[in-house]
Design a protein around this ligand. Structure first.
Ligand SMILES: *Cc1c(COP(=O)(O)O)cnc(C)c1O
Length: 366
């Protein structure tokens, strides 16, 4: 997992920074990328020299395989600036392990750990002015890999490009969502690619959300692909319920994405002495729990939004409302408690008890 010798990565600097073009007060994630990106190519059975270069377009032949057969994977993580002005990347080791699993499932070579870790560290160091510091703000880091063979054919590619780009992300109010239980379309099935962060999983999932929106919902809660009976995820996030005194989340299977946020929240919940259950949750159990008020909270969890509260769940055309406690409201909320605990660690307000913050000013520390 860790490398002690740090890899040398040449940096070709941008002529001029675009930092002064950023309107930080009206910034939505996705509007800006930082000045630099990392690129590392794979060909003839080996990885080439990684490089940090000015952010810019790739030039791809129309025959490039990733454009046709979907051999693409990605990761999403964040770098934070703490209250004492140090910068760290949150749990890069977990993201690396997941990227290796995604690569294996898509018949792609695993990125070398030192390229991934030192690449992220150096890139964030080079673009450190872009890491915002307010609570809720971060620099979103997007490593991804694409099949780059240009010899056309329906086959596993022999060459690949690994790249990392960075996008500043400001705090935003995660609006509570109204969602429906999806029992027609599926995101993933047992034996499929659900546990991998591969492009095709997303392209195939938009359709269900689009239909749900026509019915007045913001998103769908996915159920299993065989019986449509067990809850899996919400949109592109993991899902949690507060049932009575318990924090419940579906157990991982090969059709669920093993979220780093999910794992962090479970760890924090145990640390806070909550009762935690990872198990199967059926639509029937959820419906019954909503009817008798046993389900007190429901929320999605993922790197981008951190926690996305659910204000209503539609099951068979009936909407079951849920209480949502917002920031600054009085009232108990497990979602808010866990989010605050996580923020306290990320912004350095509380000790990093679990060793999650990987500081970029410590070369070779990852
Ligand atoms: C990325 C992702 C998640 C959340 O994972 P995090 O590591 O917490 O960001 C959950 N579900 C799906 C389908 C995802 O793609």
């Amino acid at each position: 997992m860790s490398s002690t010798t740090s890899l040398y990565i040449p940096v070709r600097r941008a002529y001029r920074s675009r930092l002064d073009e950023v309107d930080w007060d009206n910034l939505e994630t996705g509007m800006y990328t930082t000045d630099h990106m990392l690129i590392c190519d794979y060909a003839e059975g080996g990885w080439k020299q990684p490089e940090i270069v000015p952010f810019g377009a790739f030039s791809l032949s129309p025959t490039t395989l990733c454009l046709h057969y979907g051999q693409t994977i990605f990761e999403g993580m964040k770098a934070f600036r703490t209250i004492d002005d140090r910068i760290h990347i949150f749990r890069p080791d977990r993201h690396y392990e997941r990227m290796v699993r995604s690569a294996e499932r898509m018949c792609m070579p695993a990125p070398p750990p030192e390229v991934f870790h030192e690449g992220l560290r150096r890139l964030v160091e080079v673009d450190k002015e872009w890491v915002p510091g307010q609570t809720g703000a971060a620099l979103y880091l997007r490593p991804f890999m694409i099949a780059t063979d240009t010899r056309f054919g329906l086959k596993v590619s022999d060459s690949y490009r690994l790249a990392i780009i960075c996008l500043p992300s400001m705090p935003y109010f995660a609006k509570a969502v109204q969602v429906k239980i999806e029992q027609t379309y599926v995101r993933a099935v047992s034996g499929g690619t659900g546990y991998a962060k591969c492009g095709g999983n997303y392209g195939g999932a938009f359709y269900a959300a689009q239909h749900a929106r026509q019915e007045g919902y913001d998103q769908v809660i996915w159920t299993d692909g065989v019986q449509h009976r067990y809850i899996e995820e919400i949109g592109m996030m993991n899902i949690f319920f507060v049932m009575g005194e318990r924090l419940v989340t579906p157990a991982l299977t090969d059709s669920l994405l093993d979220g780093v946020t999910r794992d962090s929240l479970l760890t924090l919940a145990l640390h806070k002495r909550l009762i935690v259950e990872e198990r199967r949750v059926s639509v029937g159990e959820l419906k019954e729990g909503l009817e008798r008020g046993h389900v007190r909270e429901a929320f999605g969890a993922g790197t981008a939004a951190v926690i996305s509260p659910i204000r209503a769940i539609g099951i068979d055309g009936v909407n079951y409302p849920l209480a949502v406690v917002g920031e600054g409201d009085s009232g108990e909320s497990v979602a808010l408690l866990l989010k605050n605990e996580l923020d306290d660690i990320r912004y350095g307000r509380q000790p990093d008890l679990f060793g999650w913050n990987t500081y970029i000013d410590v070369p070779g520390s990852i």
